[in-house]
Design a protein around this ligand. Structure first.
Ligand code: 6R9
Length: 656
């Protein structure tokens, strides 16, 4: 991105100092930045001490064959032991690990670390009986129920890498993942609750099994949790009930220590082109990265905090910040099965009130949808327990940040805007709640131990005040090790762009402000070119969202004969704005012109009821581009709700 990139976002001048009491008692203080810089490997070795190792490493990092890293070489550990057993052995067995909240009201369960140890051991024994051996892959296709966490940990315990597939994905998506990682067993349920009704899961598994078989891959066993009690088709040769085999299994299980580089899981993430990439994470480095960041970035105080990450387990955030990070740290957390609006729109805030949640981690898309509904809903609840708020998944627009801090956090809570990826495994760029004066919309700086930079086309660091490509300049423990079965694609996708420099290319565009703080602008492929000016979708979206009638906006560049590309905006209005009034479109065009400049004025603004989003709340601009360019809408298999595109197309047939 050149100087021509507009800098509307950088006009944002609000600053939020860390609250004195958090600063005074912060887990990580400002000195950590210099300490980590002076001796990066020593710093990570120190972080690795927070885990229990059956055998200590001999070498912190082996980077002799880049980009293939080995961390904590020679070390041995068991991830499940670190997440569960060691807390029990330390006398914290009665502590609640999970306050599980089902979607139907009153359907909840508190699970202590001791109970979790029993259940994980039983599941580990059952998986072994079903023929799963160390190294075999297990697919998990479950709703947000405790068995999902139990299964992941059971897999980790026996060294069988899991691959969790989001329960909202189709049988097609599941089948392609089964085939790619050659999963031996699938763990699923009859169904799950969503928006008050029972949605089926098992039929998609049956279909996926057939589709995988058509590609020559046979799944041996399907382990089925009974969640809703709905009828399911049953294949006696393959299907087994969880309550038959897991409940009957022994609660005794000795965890084996695995090599630090033993594969822990494969998580599929969609690429811009081609089939999804199976991102491989290994045991030691990943657990060090997730537990350290969860402790540092959320300033976790395990004895008093109640932590809640609203992410689905089918997303990397659910892996790193609902399972491995918090449990390795012995935290008490909330896990919620359903949607935010079931049975009514205050459900999340009621959970925060009921469980006295102190740390809350969610995505900008959720925040913007609450903004759309208005503050009256959260205002009905007592959320004074909250002390830290987190955001992840997309750039957070300054307006959404300020609303989150003000309405949800009562102006007490720092907001940590955490930048990271499936590939990075753990948070890389984020404020520290007791150290950083936060700027709304900025992820600020790389956390201690991590080195990020914004570079130009030639890999040269851009000066403050300019934009470019976001790179990580040094290896880090929780980095992806490869793409499952495809080392070449791993090298090409992440390491070839800045090969001479040895930088990891994240695929995001970013800007450094005058203080050198980082503002992530979104995927580089989302940058458009209007009459030779490079415009970032995020900047125009933020300008739209700063208009009082707008709740959410998505901007794409559509082909234009005159300007190369033209700005097309899709806008969701806040509820209190009604239909926005007849001049809404020209009002918004004027607003963007005023906020950014004439070059960014949208050619077209479409008022829509919904936007197409992935499971992690990322807007699928590719599909909106199809609409803007009047093409047939492309592949929708990774949408969280595939009916949204119909809604949008229908809405558009009546001109706005
Ligand atoms: C954890 C997760 C990764 C992509 C990433 C970037 C976007 C995530 C962000 C952010 C700006 C943040 N992203 N966090 N952009 N600010 N705080 O989201 O992983 O699903 O792999 O997505 O998400 O574009 O490259 P994943």
């Amino acid at each position: 991105m050149s100087e021509e990139t507009l800098s509307n976002l950088l006009k944002e001048e609000r600053r939020f100092e860390p609250p004195a009491e958090i600063a005074a008692d912060a887990n990580l203080k400002a000195e950590a930045y210099d300490r980590a810089k002076a001796d990066r490997e020593g710093f990570w070795a120190e972080q690795a001490e927070r885990l229990d190792w059956a055998q200590k490493w001999d070498r912190v990092l082996d980077w002799d064959d880049p980009p293939f890293a080995k961390w904590f070489v020679g070390g041995k550990l068991n991830a499940a032991y670190n997440c569960v057993d060691r807390h029990v052995e330390a006398g914290r067995g009665d502590k609640v690990a999970l306050h599980w909240v089902g979607e139907p009201e009153g359907d909840s369960r508190d699970i202590t670390y001791a109970q979790l140890q029993d259940e994980v051991s039983q599941a580990a024994n059952a998986l072994t009986e079903l023929g799963v051996a160390t190294g075999d892959r297990v697919a998990i296709y479950l709703p947000m129920i405790p068995e999902a966490v139990v299964t992941m940990l059971a897999c980790a315990r026996i060294g069988a890498p899991h691959t969790v597939v989001f329960g909202g994905f189709s049988s097609e998506a599941l089948a392609s993942r089964l085939v790619d990682c050659q999963a031996k067993v699938i763990v699923t349920s009859d169904g799950g609750y969503r928006r008050g009704s029972a949605a089926a899961l098992k039929p998609a598994v049956d279909e996926a099994r057939e589709k995988a078989a058509a590609h020559g891959h046979t799944v041996d066993k399907v382990l089925v949790v009974r969640r809703t009690g709905q009828d399911v088709a049953w294949d006696e040769a393959v299907d087994v009930w969880w309550h038959d085999v897991v409940d009957a299994a022994s609660t005794e299980h000795t965890p084996e220590a695995f090599d630090a580089e033993h594969p822990l899981y494969v998580m599929y993430t969609s690429g811009t082109t081609g089939k999804p990439k199976g991102i491989l994470h290994t045991t030691g480095g990943y657990l060090v990265g997730t537990s350290y960041t969860h402790w540092a970035v959320f300033d976790l105080k395990p004895d008093t905090d109640v932590y809640w990450c609203s992410a689905d387990i089918g997303w990397v955030t659910g892996h790193s910040y609902m399972v491995y990070g918090p449990l390795a740290n012995g935290a008490t957390q909330v896990m919620y099965e359903g949607t935010p609006d079931s049975p009514e729109r205050g459900r999340w805030w009621k959970i925060i009130q009921d469980y006295k949640v102190t740390i809350f981690y969610t995505a900008p898309t959720a925040i913007r949808s609450f903004m759309k509904q208005g503050r009256e809903i959260p205002d009905r609840f007592d959320m004074s327990s909250l002390r830290i708020l987190g955001s992840v998944g997309e750039p957070i627009n300054p307006e959404a940040y300020v609303w989150y801090r003000h309405v949800i956090g009562g102006d007490r809570t720092p907001v940590v805007d955490t930048w990271w990826q499936t590939e990075t495994g753990a948070i890389m760029i984020s404020p520290l709640p007791g150290v950083t004066a936060g700027k709304p919309g900025s992820a600020m700086t790389a956390i201690p131990g991590v080195s990020a930079e914004v570079v130009d086309n030639d890999g040269k660091a851009v000066p403050n005040g300019s934009g470019g490509y976001l790179v990580l300049t040094e290896p880090w423990p929780s980095m992806l090790r490869t793409i499952w079965g495809d080392d070449e694609r791993f090298k090409d996708t992440y390491w070839s762009r800045f090969r001479e420099h040895g930088f990891y290319f994240a695929g995001d565009g970013a800007k450094k402000d005058e203080d050198g703080d980082i503002w992530v602008l979104g995927r580089v492929d989302d940058v458009m070119n209007v009459s030779g000016h490079r415009l970032s979708t995020t900047e125009i979206e933020s300008a739209l969202v700063s208009h009082p009638k707008v709740a959410e906006a998505a901007v794409v560049g559509a082909k234009d004969e005159d300007t190369g590309q033209a700005v097309c905006a899709f806008v969701i209005l806040r509820e209190e704005a009604g239909d926005g009034g007849e001049d809404i479109v020209s009002e918004l065009r004027t607003h963007v012109r005023k906020e950014i400049g004439p070059i960014a004025t949208p050619r077209q603004i479409m008022i829509v009821p919904e936007l197409p989003k992935t499971r992690s709340g990322k807007i699928m601009r590719r599909l909106l581009k199809d609409v803007a360019e009047h093409r047939e809408v492309g592949d929708v298999t990774t949408l969280a709700d595939s009916s949204v595109m119909d809604l949008i197309s229908k809405g558009l047939s009546s001109p706005t």
